[in-house]
Design a binder for this molecule. Sequence first.
Ligand SMILES: [Zn+2]
Length: 206
Amino acid sequence: MIVSDFVENINENIPMGFYDILPKECDEQGCNSPMVMTELLTELQCSNPFCPSKVSYRIHQLLEDIGVTYITESQVHEFVIDHKITNVFEIFLYDFSQEPVFSTGVSDILSKALSSTLKQNKLFTNYEYVKVAHLPNMSLMVKPLFKDCSDLNVFYEKLESKGLAYLQLLLKEDSNTITVDMVKVYETLLTYKNELLEGLNYVNIL
Ligand SMILES: [Zn+2]
């Protein structure tokens, strides 16, 4: 539920002060998307799947996957804001050894190390590629869905023509079972389709 809708429908059981402190828009530079909240008021987050804070978190995870442990999430965040990064795989487009890409705190030596690690680790199978994308709600599903995938474009053609049935098929689920997790995975895959397909241009696929 969008926070501003929630605030307009005041519930007497909730103290007024609570409404005043709720952020209605994300305060990330260049985002300002509406904030959303779960029904039970347990979680508040930005509605934009490509919010700079989410992209930064995912790039930081990707870097850890390929063995980069010396760049902090806040340094990645600065890079994302400065270069208006919306696709996590854009990290592979930068030559960190040539230009001062990080505005603070990353030495020349580390920038060069980062560049060579990125160059040496841009070859993925489709499964590895989707795994390092760190899409939300996907962690346990990436392997069963992508371990035999030989072409992501074909995967998406089938997903879009067959819908949830295609996920059921890959997960070897009973055709009568549609779980909440499957619906979430389906939504996630469609949300990140453009990012994944565009990112293929920035890496090499086995
Ligand atoms: Zn945001």
